[in-house]
Design a protein around this ligand. Structure first.
Ligand SMILES: C[S@@+](CC[C@H](N)C(=O)[O-])C[C@H]1O[C@@H](n2cnc3c(N)ncnc32)[C@H](O)[C@@H]1O
Length: 274
């Protein structure tokens, strides 16, 4: 069977897994991304002293922020399928002086290697979109959370990418065509509230946020170049059109009018006590 087109399903099988460590760290440092991640974590109402699990913890960007939120009396367990990302996350935790508050474990989101009702909260940031069994992942997040604890997710929604580009038809073909081939549910963000309600969580809340950029920071530049490459690889456009699309984006930035926005949705609910 050919490999799934979404590399996040199997980072350790990619030709250069370290590239994805750099991508996550670069995203984590991008100011608009850092702002929307921290706003989401405040929205989750993770308290000092909480014992929290982060599912799909990647290179540890979110886990390090969570460790700051739970403080020295709390603890964060990151679980990920990629051993390369887990190693980077352990290194990052040590370098940040957070080694004692953070543990990283190998595991599949659909079968978490952790006891039932163990955590005060379960969090996943831009993971549900990428996993092969999203419902199983959600059920597992609820299972490992104690009654009264919080289950919270943040995800992108690929129906909301907006780019001010002179060729709108080409932009639509690239964005919509690539997302449809990469993800079983490209509109994941807008489904989060419904999914948590249907799982029986209580007091489900919504946070909509926008990743907005006016300059081609390394993360955004890479994201748009990857979209053009994938559109070519999927046969949606030719190499010439991909190059023209990127050139127009770079020209817009050089002229000071580059605009790209992309919605992120957060949802949080409480596991029933009964
Ligand atoms: C886009 S990254 C997000 C990483 C991190 N949450 C962040 O926001 O920086 C998606 C993560 O999900 C992990 N992942 C994908 N499928 C998984 C699965 N079935 N079980 C556990 N982790 C998985 C990937 O290895 C990757 O680390």
């Amino acid at each position: 069977m050919p490999p799934h087109p979404d590399p996040w399903r199997a980072i350790d099988r990619q030709p250069e897994p370290a590239l994805y460590v750099r991508m996550m760290e670069s995203r984590g440092q991008t100011p608009t991304q850092a702002r929307l991640r921290r706003r989401f974590l405040r929205f989750c109402r993770i308290r000092s002293g909480f014992d929290v699990i982060e599912v799909g913890s990647g290179s540890g960007v979110v886990a390090r922020d969570l460790a700051a939120l739970v403080g020295p009396r709390g603890h964060v367990t990151g679980v990920d399928k990629s051993r390369v990302l887990l190693a980077a996350a352990r290194r990052g935790a040590r370098e940040a002086g957070l080694g004692r508050r953070l543990t990283f474990r190998h595991g599949d989101a659909a079968r978490l290697p952790l006891a039932t009702a163990r955590f005060d909260g379960a969090v996943a940031v831009t993971v549900l979109l990428h996993v092969s069994r999203p419902q199983a992942m959600l059920r597992e997040m609820v299972r490992v959370t104690r009654p009264g604890g919080v289950v919270a997710l943040q995800d992108q929604d690929f129906g909301t990418q907006v780019l001010d580009h002179p060729d709108r038809a080409l932009t639509r073909r690239i964005f919509e065509g690539v997302a449809a081939r990469m993800y079983p549910e490209p509109f994941s963000g807008r489904t989060l509230v419904r999914r948590l309600v249907e799982l029986g969580l209580e007091r489900v809340r919504l946070l909509a946020d926008v990743y907005q950029v006016r300059s081609l920071d390394p993360f955004t530049h890479n994201l748009l170049r990857r979209r053009a490459d994938l559109a070519t690889r999927f046969g949606l456009i030719g190499a010439g059109a991909a190059a023209r699309w990127i050139a127009a984006i770079e020209q817009a930035e050089a002229r000071g009018h580059f605009v790209f926005t992309f919605n992120y949705y957060g949802a949080a609910g409480l596991k029933p006590r009964a």
